[in-house]
Write a protein that binds this ligand. Structure first.
Ligand SMILES: Cc1cc2nc3c(=O)[nH]c(=O)nc-3n(C[C@H](O)[C@H](O)[C@H](O)COP(=O)(O)OP(=O)(O)OC[C@H]3O[C@@H](n4cnc5c(N)ncnc54)[C@H](O)[C@@H]3O)c2cc1C
Length: 496
């Protein structure tokens, strides 16, 4: 009996069984003629290529857009596709905090330190954490995010908030923000997508990738999309395909399986469904770090990061401080872990008039139902928040004592350890889940690999679809950028 199961036979068997074709399956197509291979599976139309491109990028978040930069600039035909009717993904609605070192913006503001020097300091910390499998990839991402910031500003007209707006307030200068500060990612991503289109890229919205298309040898040659509005099938032939579909935090089944500790929290959006993860697996890709826990987020996401840029005091529903305020995600993490249910951010005019005034006003207007204030006394504030007044007054008395002493003996707050002044305001938040780390294993050049570590031809991954980026804006941008470089290198070597 012939026990050899070559890739073609494997595919035929799998196609005949129909099993691999359920979610994110692989369809066999004919590379040369673009017709169907003769095999049919109930419910799956034969492959008919409607379009052809050099580089097909699935997902228009920060990772996908950044992956397009080098291929477009090198003159390749680039198509970006997104299942939604708008571009930008969750990157577009992010708070906009981008951790970058040694960028031109920082140099102009007199902030010292090159990206290489910063990496030398950061690398041992990363290694100690043991969260990365590939330090070389991680280094490339780290250097890539600085190159990305410089290039999107200089070559695409992306706009960042001048660091002068916050660099002398005590706020971290390792954080870049979009032009109007927190919550204004359009200032960065809109010029980027417009610039990509000006340079020749095509952006197709309402296109949901559902299957890889492989030739009779099992090599990936395209992607099947379904038009989210019309249900029409569109098969696109591509030389290189980049999966940039984001994380899986909105997929209840995947979260329950891999991160059960977050299964009972609501997701902030409905878009990060892990579709790219499943697509990658359907052609032999493997998952890594799927159970790596990620921090939680407030349902008022942008308010979560105010503590880096201005003074506030955060209290439990009983009016007691439970965390230092000069961080972001530790608060929703602690709220969930302590079972508080919700918490309050109390602030005053210093935040309202400070470097993030645009965002503070926007959130106060958008969340009037969660806002209390202005309140002229702590008694008035406690009543409006429905917390015991004696607790709130004791909390502030203790906090003010730490301010006078110059040290937060309870929680170690360092930034904006300052007294709040009436009138007081407060916003109520709830802890939500918002991102995941785990994803498809890749090689150092961002190419998808199988369970033996062998590259899967023509398929690349970046952003929150892969485990080693950190699932934040700037590393996802860096990972996209280096993926685009790898795609160009591969196309050029094939042409040579
Ligand atoms: C509210 C919020 C605030 C955040 N704030 C910050 C912050 O301040 N700083 C920070 O560093 N990080 C922040 N994050 C995390 C950060 O936004 C994400 O890590 C990052 O945006 C992910 O980038 P991405 O390009 O990988 O994915 P996304 O930006 O999510 O893009 C993925 C795209 O792929 C598309 N897609 C998915 N499946 C398919 C499919 N089958 N076919 C076609 N298209 C598909 C989606 O529609 C989406 O447009 C925040 C996240 C949220 C939700």
């Amino acid at each position: 009996m012939d026990t050899t199961l070559n890739r073609r036979n494997f595919l035929k068997g799998a196609l005949a069984s129909g099993a691999v074709l359920m979610a994110g399956g692989a369809l066999a197509g004919c590379a040369s003629e673009g017709g169907n291979s003769g095999d049919t599976v109930v419910g799956f139309a034969p492959v008919e290529f409607a379009e052809e491109t050099d580089v097909l990028i699935i997902g228009t978040g920060i990772a996908g857009l950044s992956a397009a930069m080098d291929p477009v600039e090198a003159g390749y035909k680039v198509t970006l596709a997104d299942k939604r009717d708008t571009y930008g993904g969750e990157s577009f609605m992010a708070c906009g905090v981008m951790n970058v070192s040694g960028s031109e913006m920082q140099k102009r503001a007199g902030i010292e330190g090159s990206v290489e020097e910063k990496w030398e300091k950061y690398a041992p910390v990363l290694e100690k954490k043991g969260e990365t499998d590939d330090m070389e990839y991680k280094k490339n991402v780290y250097l890539g995010q600085t190159e990305w910031a410089n290039r999107v500003e200089a070559d695409y007209g992306a706009q960042f908030q001048p660091l002068e707006a916050y660099k002398d307030t005590g706020a971290p200068t390792s954080m870049l923000l979009p032009l109007n500060g927190i919550g204004d990612m359009t200032s960065v991503l809109t010029p980027l997508i417009n610039g990509l289109q000006d340079k020749g890229a095509t952006v197709e919205l309402n296109r949901k990738a559902t299957n890889f298309i492989v030739d009779s040898e099992g090599t990936v040659i395209g992607v099947r999309f379904v038009d989210s509005k019309t249900d029409k099938i569109i098969d696109v032939k591509a030389k290189k395909i980049v999966l940039a579909t984001g994380g899986f935090s909105c997929n209840q089944v995947m979260v329950s399986e891999y991160m059960p500790q977050q299964a009972e929290l609501c997701p902030l959006t409905v878009y990060s469904m892990g579709e790219g993860h499943e697509l990658g697996r359907s052609i032999g890709g493997v998952y890594a770090h799927m159970d790596m826990d990620s921090n939680r987020m407030s349902d008022l996401a942008q308010v979560t990061v105010w503590g880096y840029f201005g003074r506030n005091v955060q209290v439990s529903p009983m009016g007691r401080r439970f965390i230092k305020e000069d961080q972001s995600h530790d608060t929703p993490d602690a709220c969930a872990e302590l079972g508080l249910g919700f918490w309050w951010t109390i602030f005053d005019n210093q935040l309202i008039e400070g470097s993030q005034a645009w965002n503070v006003e926007m959130n106060m207007k958008a969340h009037e139902d969660r806002l209390v204030g202005p309140c002229n006394t702590l008694d008035e504030l406690a009543q409006a928040m429905d917390v015991p007044a004696e607790n709130l007054k004791a909390t502030f008395a203790e906090y003010d004592g730490y301010v006078d002493a110059g040290e937060d003996a309870a929680f170690g707050k360092k930034l904006f350890l300052e007294k709040l002044e009436a009138p007081y305001y407060a916003l109520k938040h709830f802890p939500f889940r918002y991102k995941t780390h785990g994803g498809l294993k890749i090689a150092t050049d961002s190419q998808l690999v199988d369970n033996q570590g062998n590259p899967i031809a023509n398929v690349y991954c970046c952003g929150s679809t892969t485990p080693d980026t950190g699932s934040d804006l700037s590393p996802n941008a860096g990972s996209g950028l280096i993926t685009g470089k790898a795609v160009v290198a591969s196309l050029q070597s094939e042409q040579a």
